[in-house]
Ligand binder design. Structure first.
Ligand SMILES: Cc1cc2nc3c(=O)[nH]c(=O)nc-3n(C[C@H](O)[C@H](O)[C@H](O)COP(=O)(O)OP(=O)(O)OC[C@H]3O[C@@H](n4cnc5c(N)ncnc54)[C@H](O)[C@@H]3O)c2cc1C
Length: 391
């Protein structure tokens, strides 16, 4: 006889753990099925920024803001501490053109109610004496926070466990069938029967979807991170270059060939222990997670352009991860029309840590047939099927 659960969550990354926490909090019996260990996928090969600063003004930034508020609440209610800090973050500009674009970005975000403001050269000097002298200024978002993503995953699951959730680790889902209003999940460790299923398999979500002939349009977008040894406090909080927005949303940049080819833009993140996470890159190279030293060199050079003093830093390690990318840069947080009780929560690209809380909350609201905390229409699975009408 197969094991039975209310909600089967496929994937124990940050998204699966967040769904497990919020669904178990509503009283559902939850089982997370993970082919390796918790947080063994992208959720341990990333930074830990909880950002609104890099979100498209409007729906995207509002959703991020809602998630920031939930993560603040989680820092008070989850059983394990996860290095949560709320210092805000900044983007720095190299040119007058970027300063003008930054001003437009700030105006749009402020109109939407977010606490953004412009920074001048003097503000940057006050921010860090190590920033390059020729930078013109930038912008700040006051609600941006940071976490240790690995610890947040474990803390979310620990919270879920206290609500009765179970974890089947080292258990790979091999097939899914839908019969008599139940999902029959075949794993390499026995079968599981569930009323609801949530596909939280990140870059592997398309593979899990294929088991029911679902075409889920998510592709892996690789990113590298460099970790420095413990340092003097170079900057107190997260700093990115304005060009990061272009690199994320596919805009044109005036940078050298390699910086452009590897989608490199400065992302500087001080961890609680004052190691620095330095990134990052964006490439479509399939599922290859090998470190490419040419990309590492390009990131290091980009960091030194903004922080010349970084030439004296020692490197501790380097890693790369796969962002689950969708073509409109929004995740899929949706029920699947043809399969009642089948949900997809995947495709968060470089925002999954930040958006985990709102994703978990909204999926649990959908399972419970409650009104969702945000409008989920822009996140629907079938939005990719809509054909362009040519008149
Ligand atoms: C370099 C880099 C920097 C980043 N920085 C940030 C940041 O600062 N802030 C931010 O918000 N986001 C950031 N991200 C993005 C973030 O890491 C991802 O969006 C997020 O981790 C995705 O989480 P997930 O749970 O969807 O996927 P994953 O963490 O990959 O989890 C999916 C899980 O599903 C499991 N699985 C797959 N197939 C099966 C199967 N058949 N059976 C059972 N289990 C299965 C996998 O083993 C895996 O553990 C970054 C990403 C990268 C690469």
């Amino acid at each position: 006889m197969s094991f039975q659960t209310d909600v089967a969550i496929i994937g124990g990354g940050i998204i699966g753990c967040a769904v497990a926490y919020y669904a178990s909090k509503l009283g559902y019996q939850v089982t997370v099925i993970e082919k390796n260990e918790l947080a063994s996928g992208t959720s341990s090969h990333c930074d830990g920024n909880i950002l609104a600063i890099d979100k498209d003004p409007g729906f995207d930034s509002q959703m991020a803001w809602e998630s920031q508020k939930l993560i603040d609440q989680l820092s008070k209610e989850l059983p394990l501490e996860f290095e949560y800090r709320l210092p805000g973050s900044i983007l720095v500009c190299e040119t007058e053109e970027e300063m003008e674009a930054a001003q437009r970005w700030v105006n749009l975000q402020k109109d939407a109610g977010l606490p953004f403001r412009m920074l001048d050269r003097q503000d940057l000097k006050f921010e860090s004496k190590y920033l390059a002298d020729d930078l013109l200024g930038g912008l700040e978002c006051g609600t941006d926070s940071t976490v240790n993503p690995y610890l947040l995953c474990f803390s979310l699951f620990e919270g879920a466990k206290q609500n009765g959730a179970q974890l089947r680790k080292k258990t790979a889902v091999k097939n899914v069938d839908y019969k008599h209003s139940f999902y029959h999940i075949e794993t390499d460790q026995g079968d599981i029967r569930a009323k609801y299923i949530v596909n939280c398999a990140g870059v592997w979500a398309p593979h899990v979807g294929e088991m029911l002939d679902l075409k889920i349009p998510i592709s892996p977008r690789k990113g590298h991170i460099l970790v420095s040894t413990r340092q003097v406090p170079v900057s107190p909080r997260k700093v990115m270059e304005f060009g990061y927005l272009m690199s994320k949303f596919g805009g044109e940049r005036r940078v050298d060939e390699k910086t452009d080819k590897y989608g490199v833009a400065l992302v500087f993140e001080p961890t609680q222990s004052q190691n620095f996470l330095l990134g990052s890159s964006r490439e479509f190279v399939g599922f290859d997670t090998n470190v490419n030293w040419d990309v590492v060199g390009t990131i290091a050079r980009r960091c030194m352009r903004f922080y010349p003093k970084m030439k004296d830093m020692d490197l501790l390690r380097v890693y790369s991860g796969l962002r689950p990318w969708t073509k409109d840069n929004l995740p899929i947080i949706s029920e699947v029309e043809q399969y009642p009780g089948y949900f997809i929560a995947a495709g968060h690209e470089g925002d999954g840590i930040g958006l985990a809380a709102i994703t978990g909350k909204v999926i649990s609201e959908m399972i419970n047939e409650d009104k969702t905390s945000i409008d989920i229409d822009p996140l629907r699975f079938d939005r990719f099927e809509k054909k362009e009408v040519i008149l």
